[in-house]
Design a protein around this ligand. Structure first.
Ligand code: ADP
Ligand code: MG
Length: 383
């Protein structure tokens, strides 16, 4: 992927990013803070990252001219969304260093390939079956039920998933998903969900953030808690070491997030990975000495990586469009910001829709108890 020969790119150069969502926006903020110029490719003229970047190329992700222009402007290019066409990354990689590489992104884009990679790395996955043909559907055994049928590609925030309890429901669900490639996963008794973010440089240096404990509502991340004791230390060590093997196995360069399930029997099962910074790592902007976006800049620019340090317990609350009024009235930010240690991040999206990620609020403070208290107060104010 050309990253091995990656030279150090010093501030003053331009860093490019495929995709203009909130992750791209926070990457752009981190890059600009360090004195880089930025170029974003996203067709949407109002995209959150496009609005704050020095350059904004408003073309499709596969537009040859747009890609050529991004490569011309940028010293190196990264991606902020998972479903960027791997082919577009390959095209860019022929011209400039690209991290993460197209091959790693292609594996992360496909649940079946992703699971095969986890298994190769010796990390246990949920019992599952790939369903691509009627024969594979018929062959499903009852021990995978009740289960969740997930499209192999393009799912996010619980989209493209159907819960099924019988084989008849499974068949109907696959029809409903237009018989695209799917993975059926056994429904597991989760006691917790955690994620780990690592950053790996082209020279193989790897650093990690502490384990994040995540709460999802309706398939969407709602709350992330990071502090000493948010999870049993042995489990935390296991999750970090599994994430490192997964990154190592991909020869990964960049920021990688791996999501895990903790089961009732205390075991750890890997769920999925994201080849980019992750919603569960947003707390790192305010609660760590380096954020996941700072490390994305460093890995892309070939700068040294040092282990990030959590300097405050933190709780992050996702701010979904549901919090806005029917006519777009925004929540009472002035009251929320009266809470100590409240850090408000809004992504500049022009329209609030239910389920849309509009921003996040990170609470930091001197102790876990105090942060919990302000998080509860914030949640109450937000309704
Ligand atoms: P997405 O790509 O939409 O994030 P995930 O596979 O992470 O999809 O699923 C979203 C959420 O659904 C998970 O965070 C978890 O809460 C729940 N979930 C997914 N798979 C399982 C499973 N096998 N057993 C129990 N809950 C699951
Ligand atoms: Mg997920």
């Amino acid at each position: 992927m050309g990253t091995r020969e990656m030279k150090t790119i010093l501030p003053g150069a331009t860093l490019g990013v495929m995709g203009g969502g909130q992750l791209g926006r926070m990457f752009v903020h981190a890059a600009q803070q360090m004195g880089y110029f930025t170029a974003v490719l996203d067709p949407d003229p109002t995209s959150p990252a496009g609005r704050v970047s020095h350059h904004h190329l408003q073309t499709g992700y596969e537009d040859p001219q747009g890609l050529a222009e991004l490569a011309r402007l940028s010293a190196a290019i990264t991606t902020e969304f998972e479903n960027v066409p791997a082919q577009a990354l390959r095209q860019l990689a022929a011209l400039k260093p690209v991290a993460p590489g197209a091959d790693a992104v292609a594996i992360a884009q496909d649940r079946a390939q992703e699971k095969a990679h986890f298994t190769r790395c010796g990390v246990p996955v949920a019992p599952n079956a790939v369903i691509e043909t009627p024969g594979q559907l018929a062959a499903v055994t009852n021990d995978l039920l009740p289960g969740i049928l997930k499209t192999a590609r393009l799912g996010y925030d619980g989209k493209g998933q159907v819960r099924v309890t019988t084989k008849a429901e499974l068949a109907a669900a696959w029809d409903g998903l237009k018989r695209v490639s799917c993975v059926l996963e056994k429904m597991l008794p989760l006691v917790a969900e955690v994620s780990v973010i690592v950053a790996r440089g082209a020279d193989g240096t790897m650093v990690n953030f502490p384990v994040q404990r995540n709460l999802h509502r309706a398939g969407i991340l709602a709350v992330t808690e990071v502090h000493e004791g948010n999870i049993e230390p042995a489990l935390a060590r296991q999750a970090v070491s599994a994430t490192k093997s997964i990154a190592e196995g991909l020869g990964y360069v960049g920021v990688l997030c791996v999501e895990f399930f903790v089961l009732a029997d205390g075991s750890l099962v890997v769920n999925e990975m994201a080849p980019r910074p992750h919603n569960s790592g947003h707390y790192s902007i305010d609660a760590c000495d380096q954020s996941q976006f700072d490390l994305q800049v460093r890995t892309l620019a070939g700068l040294p990586l040092t282990q990030p340090r959590l300097h405050s317990p933190s709780i992050m609350l996702n701010l979904l469009g549901d919090l806005w009024g029917q006519h777009g009235e925004s929540p009472a930010w002035d009251r929320v910001l009266a809470l100590p240690g409240a850090h408000l991040h809004l992504y500049g999206k022009h329209e609030a829709k239910p389920g849309r990620k509009m921003g996040h609020l990170t609470l930091t403070g001197p102790s876990v108890a105090e942060v919990r208290q302000t998080a509860l107060a914030a949640a109450a104010l937000l309704g």
